[in-house]
Design a protein around this ligand. Structure first.
Ligand code: AMP
Ligand code: ZN
Length: 138
């Protein structure tokens, strides 16, 4: 428990939330500012500031919960699919520094656009690959 963390407070019941599911390890509730209705946050009960710092067993529990919850959300809001998102660090849009998975229901005609995609310039892809492989060795 991090006493300054809004999601820890939600898990503890100090701040109200619209809970849809809970077990010993995981708490899931509706996002107050949904991308689409039914947008849900799945969070490990144990505080960690992001996915990279979370215990792998906790992550397994979260993914297990996603497998259970996401199809129910899709059925409930009559969606056609969902996006699963984990924003990591401010640059990626992370605003709450307690690990969480976004389940965002999607509808065929919901008008949301996928991320813009770019191209590699000629000869650019291999150096990127090499740098990543080298970084993996550290
Ligand atoms: P992120 O930008 O990935 O850190 O996502 C944080 C999410 O938490 C945002 O989508 C917010 O709308 C949501 N959020 C923040 N405060 C609350 C709250 N009290 N109850 C439900 N969702 C919240
Ligand atoms: Zn927390």
């Amino acid at each position: 428990m991090d006493e300054n963390c809004i999601f820890c407070k939600i898990i503890n019941g100090q701040i109200p939330s619209t809970k849809i599911y809970e077990n010993d390890y995981v708490y899931a509730f509706l996002d107050i500012m949904p991308v689409n209705k039914g947008h849900t946050l799945v969070v490990p009960k144990k505080h960690s500031k992001n996915l990279l710092e979370d215990d792998v067993e906790d992550l397994k529990h979260c993914v297990e919960a996603v497998q259970k919850i996401a199809p129910a959300i899709v059925r409930a809001v009559e969606a056609d699919g969902f996006n699963l998102g984990v924003n990591t660090n401010k640059a990626a849009g992370q605003a709450v520094f307690h690990t969480h998975f976004h389940i965002i229901p999607r509808h065929e005609e919901d008008g949301l656009r996928p991320w813009p995609q770019r191209k590699y310039d000629e000869g650019e892809i291999d150096p990127v690959k090499e740098k990543i492989i080298k970084a993996l060795e550290k």
